[in-house]
Design a protein around this ligand. Structure first.
Ligand code: PMP
Length: 363
């Protein structure tokens, strides 16, 4: 079969560990599996599910969704204080990345990322024939903005800023992003705010000032809806119009749209859940401080990057896995030797993780 030449040597996304496979491999029961690897919420808001159960009775599943996704855009417009024309709904933030690269990337052009960062940026760009230019972060994981500015050339088609960054958890100062937006008005600056609700910081108020500012958001993290696959883009209405050229029809399911709409009616619950996770993060940080082989990095998200001293990260990963604890091994990423990324979960689950880490470290 003749496939695109690009596929030769193409490094695909390194999939998260499958819970079903862990169950089979270690003879565990599926309810013993704890996913500390996906940066999702451990809490399922009961009220949202109850309302969904009654809403689903009236869903016309034989029909496609409303092609404009207007109901959800209106609800988001209310939540974000943005016009409906400044919002584009996508099947998760990952589909937004696909749309954006189809709009901006051509073969032999380049896209700048601040490395280490979310792996899908590389994949969507390379899939379009573009080249990734990695600018290594500084020692404290802050973006090397001077270097980014220096490296931009006439072939640069996008700059990605993951804010806060996955997997390092740090925030990029607003002024650094504004500087890029101002210095390069022709280059889209993609600000991935998938974890912004945990940081309490956002650049959405600037989309009217900069046509090249494209913000990505998701319902997968703070809104507890990763399984529904709903995300959205916020940008200047002119920019959204361009992005819509590549938006596929009907990529969101009617049940997913319904869930997102219901979730937006329960912002009080969502905010409460965020507060809970933030306080659990503080608890985990303190607990990590007391384990001598663990170094935890500060985080503005619902996950913590940890580095192991005097232990092999692959051994730690495997020992946790045997207990049903799945973490994200990020140790093959630049700067992240011996590191795991750990999602904040409930107190009981966090405690189970901490006890296991203590056993591994002192056992
Ligand atoms: N951006 C970042 C930084 C992420 O961490 C993730 C998911 N892990 C995504 C985008 C994709 O999110 P979604 O579930 O909305 O596709």
């Amino acid at each position: 079969m003749r496939v695109r030449s690009i596929l030769k040597g193409f490094k695909p996304y390194s999939w998260e560990t499958s819970p079903v496979e862990v169950v089979k491999k270690f003879g565990l029961s599926i309810d013993k599996i704890l996913r500390f690897d996906t940066n999702t919420m451990p809490l399922i808001p009961k009220e949202i599910i109850e309302e969904f159960k009654s809403a689903i009775q009236n869903i016309k599943i034989n029909e496609y969704p409303d092609p404009s996704y207007m109901e959800l855009r209106e609800a988001l417009s209310n939540y974000l204080k943005k016009d409906v024309d400044e919002i584009c709904i996508t099947a998760g933030c990952d589909e937004a990345l696909d749309i954006i690269s189809k709009v901006f990337v051509e073969p032999e052009t380049n896209v700048i990322i601040s490395s280490p960062t979310y792996a899908m940026y590389r994949i969507v760009v390379e899939a379009m024939g573009g080249k990734i230019v990695e600018v290594l972060r500084k020692k404290d994981f802050s973006d090397d903005v001077e270097k980014i500015i220096e490296i931009v050339d006439e072939n640069t088609r996008m700059i990605f800023i993951c804010n806060p960054n996955n997997p390092t958890g740090n925030l990029t100062p607003k002024n650094d992003i504004i500087r890029l937006l101002k210095d390069f008005p022709e280059i889209p600056v993609i600000v991935d705010e998938s974890y912004a609700e945990f940081a309490g910081e956002s650049l959405i108020k600037f989309t009217n000032d900069y046509e090249n500012l494209i913000i990505l958001r998701t319902f997968s993290k703070a809104f507890s809806l990763a399984g529904a696959r709903v995300g959205y883009i916020i940008a200047n209405a002119k920019t959204i119009k361009i992005l819509n050229i590549m938006r596929p029809p009907n990529s969101l399911s009617v049940p997913s749209l319904t869930l997102a709409n219901i979730a937006l009616k329960h912002l009080d619950i969502i905010r409460r859940n965020i507060e809970y996770i933030l306080s659990e993060k503080e608890w985990l940080m303190k607990a990590f401080k007391n384990i001598k082989c663990v170094e935890a990095y500060p985080s503005y998200t619902n996950f913590i990057l940890v580095r192991f001293k005097d232990l092999n990260v692959h051994d730690v990963y495997e020992k946790l896995l045997r207990q049903g604890i799945i973490t994200r091994n990020v140790s093959d990423m630049p700067m992240l030797e011996n590191c795991l990324r750990i999602t904040v979960r409930t107190r009981e689950e966090n405690n189970f993780l901490v006890e296991n880490l203590k056993n591994i470290c002192y056992g």
